[in-house]
Ligand binder design. Sequence first.
Ligand SMILES: Nc1ncnc2c1ncn2[C@@H]1O[C@H](COP(=O)(O)OP(=O)(O)OP(=O)(O)O)[C@@H](O)[C@H]1O
Ligand SMILES: [Mg+2]
Length: 289
Amino acid sequence: MLGKIKIANILVDSIPYIKKFRDSIIVIKYGGSAQQNIELKENFAKDIILLYMLGIKPVIIHGGGSKISSMLETLNIESKFINGIRVTSKEAMKVVEMVLSGDINRELVFFFSHYGIKAVGISGKDASMFEAKPKDFDAFGYVGEITKVNIDVLMKLLNDGFVPIISPIAFGDNINHPGFNINADSVACEIAKAINANKVIFLTDTKGILDEKGELIATLTPKNAKKYKDSSVITGGMIPKIDACISCIENGVKKVHIIDGRIPHSILLELFTSNGIGTQIINEQQSKS
Ligand SMILES: Nc1ncnc2c1ncn2[C@@H]1O[C@H](COP(=O)(O)OP(=O)(O)OP(=O)(O)O)[C@@H](O)[C@H]1O
Ligand SMILES: [Mg+2]
């Protein structure tokens, strides 16, 4: 009986949070590093379904770094990273798109559909949702940067009760172009800015952002985040993520969270409990209040 009362208390305690987030758009970046096994993916889908049932409008952007790396290795195509960004040759671009749009995206859509949610898997190519330009072709090859998000298709899906699951790929500018590989963290950020999302949550494979001693930093402002980046405490895949967080906060998104996608139900812990988990990135004014 006591156990059941505890469950009821947890539900009641979450009322203020449910009220706060109801009807709001929350962008969730599901990192490839947090997709390590089937249980994690299934739990992720269930958490998103709960958010959806509670009246929140989730928009999912997925990465796929580790799966892309192993497929490139199988095909003997070199993988090289500069500041956490994968240098993408024409050959590698085909594999990137195949893994992201053909494998990971389809699998996530299946999980959602399996539990009765109307999920629609799309990439930035669909309805020309992303407009992009090369980041720096000589250095990165077919890595793109978003110049514009055309939000019409996204808003239509959200307003009609669909959950969009987005693969971070965009068209190139000519018929022979293989398309652009866009870092999924920056995609999450550009989408959040374009649709005025309430917040962005990045699910990854660390507790959050760790300091020089390896301890979790609970709260960061863009100014402090830049210091950690400049002093090389933040490296590799965390660089594009923190750049995306800073850009979100500097462009009107109220809060951004980096949380551990390996912890079951980490999204629910972040959204519906008072302390939250992971690292939150907020602006200077919020940090003083
Ligand atoms: N200061 C830091 N704190 C935490 N993680 C850091 C830090 N600096 C670098 N990292 C690295 O960043 C990694 C997370 O970025 P990564 O790109 O690997 O994952 P992801 O973005 O979740 O997945 P994907 O790129 O496949 O979507 C961590 O596993 C860690 O190795
Ligand atoms: Mg990454």
